[in-house]
Design a protein. Sequence first.
Length: 543
Amino acid sequence: MSAQPLLTVRDLAVNFQVEDRFIEAVRGVSFTIAAGEIMALVGESGSGKSVTALSVLQLLPYPKASHPAGSIVLDGHELVAAPERTLRGIRGNRVVMVFQEPMTSLNPLHTVEKQISEVLFVHKGLGRAAARVRVLELLRLVALPDAERRLGAYPHQLSGGQRQRVMIAMALANEPELLIADEPTTAVDVTIQAQLLELLKDLQHRLGMAMLLITHDLGIVRRMASKVAVMQGGVIVEQGPTEDIFHRPQHPYTRHLIESEPRGTAIHAEAAAPEVMAAASVKVYFPIKAGLLRSTVGHIKAVDGVSVTVREGHTVGVVGESGSGKTTLGLALLRLIRSEGPIAYCGRAIQGLGFRALRPLRREMQIVFQDPYGSLSPRLSIAEIVAEGLGVHGLGRAPAERRAMIGEALAEVGIDPDTQDRYPHEFSGGQRQRIAIARVMVLKPRFVVLDEPTSALDMSVQAQIVDLLRELQRRHHLAYLFISHDLRVVRALADEVIVMRDGKVVEQGSADQVFEQPATAYTRALIAAAFRLQEVEIDSMRT
């Protein structure tokens, strides 16, 4: 690494104008990154991490965003208020950025080859033939399987991990000096996360790039970065070498982040507890149609012979990579998609029941989705969102009674009932997920499918949501089907675990048995990928 910093950020401030007032998003932020160095910027959502990173490339929306103070210098060149021509020569060339969700970053209408080639056309002036050769070279560099065959693929035809590899290939097209990676692995499974982290570190080492890694996952920080800056409320509260931060954290907020792993043990259901949901050999096959007459030529076996029983006060965790059939299983149990095989709710067979016959049971069978911002309508107030189910099921007909029920449900999940007339965008990610849970709890359900309810949240917020779900289960004797690819969260909540792969169950048993004595190589690989990221972190906490 060079002694001269590649990037110097000094006393950076960022303000956002909202109507007639200014919000201070970042205040007095200073750090340096040397050539070939990996620095991590960590903190919870809203701490100012991404705003700081976007400031480096001057990508914040002008004039709503402004820099009332501060300097950003890249290799001697001031970037704050730099001419657009100067910035165009830096963006995508010397400094590049990889974002959290590749599906929103890639153009759904263009092929992989076209999107990467565009970078080469603009910055390198390559012809089509030369660009194609370079695109193939980049795809092989990021270890995309069947690189040549993927040239004509569209983003929706790739998995999440493959899309992120394409984004990394696009970022590396011009051999940048600095790569900004904004939560690059949050949206992928734990095994894919491990592969992408290894890939990023290998590429950084081979190409000699500097990297600014933005994340809320301290396990990733410990594995990747040599230097850490911890942000809270727009301010860097602590920074220094990674080992010093983890072994000797000085600021209370840093210690809070380090100790924010989901903790506690699952509630163990009594053996005599009544069965709430029971299914045997459930199958969900999606037909593959081809030809002029759209004849069925095969099937995608999304769920292939899965059996599960969930008792009162019992949590069954379903784990596996994307595409393993976890969510499809949950939707089948709720009778939201067609399936084969007997399914019984509270001893009553519900397989084959029509819409009208199922409707009285819908109140008791609910689901909480992964992304609370996507599952809550931005056009409705919190009161209207929580009240939707009450209206459907004819509960709380009087306005005062309904408002009281909404307030009670919000209070139970830790949301101030007086805020029920606000809208989703006025709440944090963790608060939005609590609101999504309140929308379910207001109906007094017995069986709840939790579909990745913590994967879009910060680590400390994940721990809070897990504690909330455990407390609600204890209070109301709820039966949970908890779907997740994060084995650390599953370990803290589930009493029984089902491991799925390609629609089939590869292992099933008590959580203690599956985690401590996994019987299959696939389960061992999942556990290794999940817990390897925090091994050194745990050791440092013990020290």
